[in-house]
Design a protein around this ligand. Structure first.
Ligand SMILES: Nc1ncnc2c1ncn2[C@@H]1O[C@H](COP(=O)(O)OP(=O)(O)OP(=O)(O)O)[C@@H](O)[C@H]1O
Ligand SMILES: [Mg+2]
Length: 348
């Protein structure tokens, strides 16, 4: 049985008098010890999925459909107390705003010990020993437990936040852009540390990032999101060998794998759709170099061009042509011209 089974998940936010579906029919599963990378541009719903799993949505957000089964237990609709017990112990999150996860008025050690004691029957002394252990795992010295957040560098604070997420060896760790605020060298070191620890404690991991090259290095599976929907999902090696969706092809141009030769970066013209008024057909149609009338009218079904490799596009059989054309700047220039023309028409 999979550790995590997410089915047809829908998460909505109320905005003014309207409602916005930030996550729209997302399904995936994850086995013990496996890692899933969720990628996609800003605003496509990555953090919303993470917060939905943690049951940490803001007041105007709610799970409006679907189910989340963790280790055989339905999380949607759990009561407050059950959710509190679940956090840290069953799922821990290293958040995008990790620095805000630390309380400035307590020492890091006190915060760790409090977290441990809230979920276990450990004495303060036992909890302290566990705190030292997880500090060692992330490469921080014991004496740092006495530090307040402001006495530590950005990299140290990030490691402290990771340590906090690991204290109870949760079966599922969600890391939402855990290193964006740090410099590249520290980023790399911390990523590898998270990965090593995840393997050591055999946790499953959901790793959220803009940068698909990071996923190629560290995740077993990849899920590409766009406008609240999953555009493509597969094993990571299958994806990087043979991406299918035009959006994925665009992302690969914009974030090339470092080890591969690439003459120039090609960005995808335009921006993701406004989800208060989502497009009628394929969410990506407006920015897709290969879109036809059908794409603007009808949301595609999922196709499975290879076993276990899912993609949401009307034309899976034209992928060879798409792969070839998407590597030329001219294909994306046409999109840019099309978008400008539409804007002119709508303003006139
Ligand atoms: N509290 C909120 N109230 C209303 N809308 C929200 C709220 N939080 C997020 N959204 C909207 O939900 C959508 C998904 O946002 P989300 O933060 O999940 O994206 P993301 O993929 O994590 O983006 P980023 O890469 O910038 O972190 C966006 O359209 C965003 O504007
Ligand atoms: Mg986010």
């Amino acid at each position: 049985m999979a550790l995590l089974e997410v089915k047809d998940l829908e998460i909505s936010y109320t905005v003014g008098t309207g409602s916005l579906k930030a996550v729209d029919g997302v399904s995936f599963s994850l086995n013990r010890g496996e890692s899933l990378g969720i990628v996609g541009e800003s605003g496509c719903g990555k953090t919303t999925i993470a917060k939905g799993l943690m049951q940490l949505l803001p007041k105007n957000g709610s799970i409006s459909g679907g189910s989340i089964i963790l280790d055989g237990r339905e999380l949607v609709g759990l009561g407050k107390e059950a959710v509190r017990r679940m956090r840290l112990k069953d799922i821990a999150m290293i958040s995008q705003s990790a620095m805000n996860a630390l309380n400035p008025v307590y020492t890091i050690g006190d915060q760790l010990i409090e977290g441990i004691q809230a979920h276990t029957s450990m004495s303060r002394q036992e909890a302290y020993r566990r705190a030292v252990e997880v500090f060692e795992m992330v490469g921080l010295e014991e004496k740092r437990l006495k530090s307040y957040p402001h006495q530590m560098s950005g990299g140290m604070k990030q490691r402290a936040v990771i340590a906090m997420a690991l204290t109870l060896s949760p079966p599922l760790i969600i890391a939402d852009e855990p290193t964006t605020a740090l410099d590249v060298v520290v980023q790399d070191r911390i990523l590898h540390r998270i990965l090593k620890i995840q393997k050591e404690i055999n946790s499953s991991m959901i790793f959220i990032t803009h940068d698909i090259s990071v996923v190629s290095e560290i995740c077993d599976y990849i899920m590409v999101m766009y406008g609240g929907k999953v555009m493509e999902m597969s094993k990571t090696d299958s994806f990087f060998r043979k991406p299918y969706h035009p959006y994925s092809l665009g992302l690969q141009n914009a974030f090339p794998i470092i080890t591969e030769e690439m003459d120039e970066l090609i960005s995808i013209p335009g921006t993701p759709p406004n989800l208060l008024t989502p497009p009628a057909g394929c969410r990506f149609a407006e920015r897709c170099p290969f879109a036809e009338l059908l794409c603007e009218q009808k949301t595609p079904e999922y196709a499975e061009p290879e076993p276990g490799h899912l993609m949401m596009c009307h034309f899976p059989e034209r992928v060879e042509e798409f792969r070839d054309r998407s590597s030329h700047t001219a294909s994306w220039d046409l999109v840019r011209e099309r978008l400008i023309k539409r804007m002119e028409v709508s303003q006139s």
